[in-house]
Design a protein around this ligand. Structure first.
Ligand SMILES: Cc1cc2nc3c(=O)[nH]c(=O)nc-3n(C[C@H](O)[C@H](O)[C@H](O)COP(=O)(O)OP(=O)(O)OC[C@H]3O[C@@H](n4cnc5c(N)ncnc54)[C@H](O)[C@@H]3O)c2cc1C
Length: 223
């Protein structure tokens, strides 16, 4: 697999613990929205520490972007990523991954699991193809919602939030249950896109099964 050394152009926090990194795009590089790459930091102690991150840019942009949740509770790669500045280098692999757009449906994300859907929904928006796609986004608090204003603009009332640790008017409260899904989704015959922490994915797949959704209609990363 080819690897590319790319320079960081800019970084900014998009929530209190999520950073957007814009970086150079190698000539001819393209990806399918939803795909990820193996990424390492081009510094001696970290060059062999590869972690997967998802491209959140559009292919039409002249640069690439990752949207990365920073874990400061231990000395992993994301804690180092938080320190990176413009001019520092990443090493990225060719794009890979199973999540891609397969038709209209419901996107269900937990936390930083939303990153493949940022790419897919931005791409649909740019092609004027959003249709009735909806995003159900589960977070702990309102402050954790990644790209909140952008999703509100892109999806309007089809942007549905649920918070487990904070009560907010107009938002769901708690975790995603069968009743919650039935109250927000009117068609269980179309595609369901899932990305989030493994326990959430397991719970939602069980619920979707109970609601008659075939496993072939569920798009998620396979490991
Ligand atoms: C296909 C794919 C695409 C992904 N895309 C993205 C993306 O676009 N954006 C994104 O933010 N994430 C994404 N992830 C998740 C991302 O890869 C991980 O968050 C990242 O690898 C964490 O790296 P780390 O070295 O900081 O943590 P690691 O050391 O790899 O630890 C990962 C997890 O374990 C916990 N943990 C481990 N050790 C400790 C410890 N000692 N104390 C406390 N907690 C600990 C951390 O809290 C964290 O939840 C993706 C994952 C996959 C599989």
């Amino acid at each position: 697999m080819n690897e590319y050394k790319v320079k960081i152009i800019s970084t900014e926090y998009v929530t209190h613990d999520v950073k957007s990194l814009k970086f150079e795009k190698p000539a001819g590089f393209s990806f399918t929205p939803g795909q990820a790459a193996d990424v390492s930091i081009n510094k001696p102690d970290f060059v062999n520490e590869k972690r997967p991150f998802t491209f959140t840019a559009l292919n039409s942009w002249d640069h690439l972007e990752f949207t990365i949740k920073i874990y400061t509770d231990h000395n992993g790669v994301t804690k180092q990523i938080a320190q990176l500045k413009s001019g520092d280098e990443l090493i990225i692999s060719e794009p890979w991954g199973a999540i891609s757009y397969k038709g209209e449906g419901t996107f269900i994300a937990g936390g930083a699991g939303v990153t493949p859907f940022i790419a897919i929904l931005r791409n649909l928006k740019s092609g004027n193809e959003l249709g009735s796609n909806r995003l159900i986004f589960a977070n702990k608090t309102k402050a954790d919602i990644i790209r909140k204003e952008e999703f509100e603009k892109i999806l309007g009332r089809n942007f549905i939030n649920i918070l487990s640790n904070e009560k907010v008017d107009g938002y769901g409260y708690g975790t995603i249950t069968e009743d919650f899904l039935k109250s927000k989704v009117d068609d269980f015959n179309n595609i369901f896109y899932l990305c989030g922490p493994p326990p959430m994915m397991d719970a939602i797949e069980l619920i979707l099964g109970n609601l008659g959704v075939k496993s072939s209609s569920i798009v998620k990363e396979d490991f």
